[in-house]
Design a protein around this ligand. Structure first.
Ligand SMILES: [Zn+2]
Length: 270
């Protein structure tokens, strides 16, 4: 995995979903983001050298907290993460960090939260305490409630990334460039041009769009000058469109919504 660095740790979002078919890769990325969050340098973090980074790397940083499934009497992990564990995490999140500027919770197997646990998590994700970052590590983000997903920036690590559809990536990029330019006419033309995609292609496009916006939101890709509020709004829009596609709303209508809403927030959110 490529080393994770973030230009400005202050720009980290408050919640991420890290998904990968490879649990170890997922946890490794979570550890890097956590290290960036507690690193004393804050720019191009984690530096890997300060006291905080060293503690983070050795698993001894008091402000990086792991939530894992409990084990049963036979020492096997329980099937689910329990709602009590999530409530405890939520309460603990209000306690100020010990050493670092931030506090990070790494929730391993977050897709093993049952709906009650997810709803408990949702309350905290909706109104997160300042300076707290939640990293939800999952194999299958599809098992999380849409309401939980909409509160988090999703990042995929190796495995899935390799399957990315190159055409969809380019298409999403060209769309984002038009949005950044604020060129309404061009954007409408773009949407009309592409409303003949089939469902698979359109789904890949919206997936890629969400991914790219996620990467922009955590400073891992050029944000094309788009403000954070707009990035969030666009990501929500991509997810709404994607959900509509899944319930078989016509592609033409979905792209129509995309064309109208992509620029709707321009100005008042920007
Ligand atoms: Zn450091």
């Amino acid at each position: 995995m490529a080393a994770f660095t973030i230009r400005d740790a202050k720009r980290l979002s408050h919640a991420y979903i890290l998904s990968s078919p490879d649990r170890e890769a997922c946890l490794a990325l979570a550890e890097e983001i956590a290290a960036a969050a507690v690193c004393q340098r804050e720019t191009d973090a984690p530096c890997g050298q300060c006291r905080a980074c060293r503690k983070a790397r050795s698993g001894n940083h008091p402000d990086i907290i792991h939530i894992r499934r409990q084990t049963d009497s036979k020492g096997q992990p329980r099937r689910e993460l329990l709602v009590e564990q999530i409530r405890q995490m939520a309460a603990d999140a209000y306690v100020l960090p010990n050493e670092a500027a931030r506090k990070v919770y790494i929730v391993d197997d977050a897709d093993k939260m049952n709906p009650a646990a997810q709803n408990a998590a949702l309350k905290t994700l909706e109104e997160p305490p300042a300076g707290v970052i939640f990293l939800l590590c999952v194999e299958n983000a599809g098992l999380l409630l849409p309401t939980v997903r909409s509160r988090c920036v999703e990042l995929r690590t190796n495995g899935e990334a390799a399957e990315e559809d190159e055409g969809a990536v380019k298409l999403a990029r060209s769309f984002l460039k038009l949005v950044a330019r604020g060129d309404e006419a061009e954007l409408c033309r773009w949407c009309i041009q592409n409303d003949r995609l089939d469902k698979g292609e359109a789904t890949a496009f919206f997936d890629s769009l969400s991914q790219q916006l996620g990467a922009m939101l955590c400073d891992q890709a050029d944000n094309l000058g788009l403000e954070r509020g707009r990035l969030w709004a666009l990501r929500k829009l991509a997810e709404t469109c994607s959900a509509w596609l899944q319930v078989n709303v016509g592609i033409r209508q979905v792209f129509g919504l995309l064309a109208v809403d992509a620029l709707a927030g321009h100005g008042n959110r920007g």
